[in-house]
Design a protein around this ligand. Structure first.
Ligand SMILES: Cc1ncc(COP(=O)(O)O)c(C=O)c1O
Length: 380
């Protein structure tokens, strides 16, 4: 019998009630059932964005759609922007800003490390013309969690907007849009929100809305003024991904039941268990503890064919891990532990890894200790 545990950094496995909701019949997206439900869903998402104030808009499309919406609505051709690149998703911001005609300043930081806020403040002092800074909260390609609050503070008296890709962090680790002064935050349905892919969200501060109202780039599907206007009557300008909305209504119930604080704690525990298990196998982790992501762990085994082992773990043992991307392809594998994941899921995943590395019991024992035994004296 084949059973596959999906342990990649999104899309994530979906809870049963979410899957059932996803299969509901279609309704009229211009009818009063949907137009009453849409504002409610958006309000329920607000605590996850850490905002009471800002405008939150739904898009049909994956996370990259929301990223593109951010770029075309904030950047006019010729505007100067600063892009922080330390992995594939930072690089995606860079490619997009380039395509849409921005004048680009880039800080390339090593893949596997975090962006340095001091460099950002130096850049802004040297280039006061910079209008927007594009950053990645959780760089899923490396499994680094950037300190967005510190990066936002590094602007000091600069007026630059800060635009945050929170696709693989929001709902798994704190995002405090209001408190940290973030201007644009984007996320997607298929990661910590535990819904299917195909729905993304963009949240804009009032400063960002002012910029957006004056931007001169060409856009149609992602013209956010249309979304804002239609939201007044509870609608989206184009046919929304209704199935994903139905699913999200259910997954938000689970999120609300567990509570954000507990969810954040659970993600930290999953990360610590994964890291303890890998360390017990004497396999290097790509990322230092201080930057380690609560939603993804990157493992960098030496002297082996990493992809061969990863595929053996999938085909023979039934756990699907993600490979490396870009310059890390063939060098790392990644364990996704966001959303609908429990400590026992991590034990299963580590069991498969320790079997593949021929070290039975070692990773699981270390992870169990992290989970249930705080010291030698007994179960917590
Ligand atoms: C940090 C980050 N940003 C953006 C994306 C792109 O999202 P999507 O694949 O939904 O377009 C991903 C997807 O893995 C991601 O992890």
């Amino acid at each position: 019998m084949k059973k596959l545990d999906l342990r990649i950094p999104g899309p994530v496995p979906l809870p049963e009630q979410v899957l059932r909701a996803n299969a509901q019949p279609m309704i009229n997206h211009r009818g009063k059932d949907f137009t009453a439900r849409l504002p409610v869903i958006l309000n329920r998402l607000r605590p996850l964005f850490g905002t009471k104030e800002n405008i939150l808009l739904p898009l049909t499309g994956s996370g990259t759609a929301a990223m593109e919406a951010a770029v075309v609505n904030v950047v006019s051709p010729g505007d100067s922007v600063l892009v922080l690149v330390g992995g594939s998703f930072g690089d995606r911001w860079l490619q997009m800003c380039h395509r849409f005609g921005a004048k680009i300043y880039a800080i390339h930081y090593p893949w596997g490390e975090a962006a340095d806020p001091n460099l950002v403040s130096e850049y802004l002092k040297q280039h006061p013309e910079i209008k927007a800074i594009f950053v990645t909260h959780n760089e899923s390609s490396t499994a680094v969690l950037n300190d967005i609050q510190a990066l936002a503070e590094a602007r000091s008296d600069s007026d630059a907007l800060i635009i945050v890709d929170a696709v693989s962090s929001l709902g798994g680790t704190p995002v405090e849009m209001d408190a940290w002064g973030l201007d644009v935050v984007v996320t997607a349905s298929q990661k910590c929100l535990m819904a299917p892919p195909g729905l993304s969200f963009i949240c804009l501060s009032s400063r960002a809305r002012e910029v957006v109202s004056k931007t001169e780039s060409l856009k149609y599907y992602f013209d956010l003024s249309l979304y804002e206007q239609m939201l007044e009557s509870g609608e989206t300008p184009f046919t929304p991904n209704l199935s994903a909305f139905f699913a999200l209504e259910e997954s938000l119930k689970l999120i609300e039941e567990e509570g954000l604080e507990q969810i954040f704690k659970r993600h930290i525990l999953l990360r610590d268990m994964a890291r303890a298990g890998i360390r017990a196998l004497d396999i290097p982790l790509l990322v230092k503890d201080e930057w380690a992501s609560p939603t993804t762990t990157s493992v960098a085994p030496l002297g082996v064919d990493v992809d061969k082992i990863r595929l053996m773990i999938r085909d023979e043992l039934g756990v699907e891990l993600a490979g490396g991307q870009g310059q890390l392809a063939g060098k790392i594998f990644r364990i996704g532990h966001m959303g609908y994941v429990t400590p026992l899921d991590i034990l299963t995943c580590l069991a498969a890894i320790e079997i593949a590395f021929k070290k039975p019991g070692q990773a699981v024992a270390a992870a169990e200790k992290t989970w249930r035994f705080k010291d030698e004296s007994g179960i917590v």
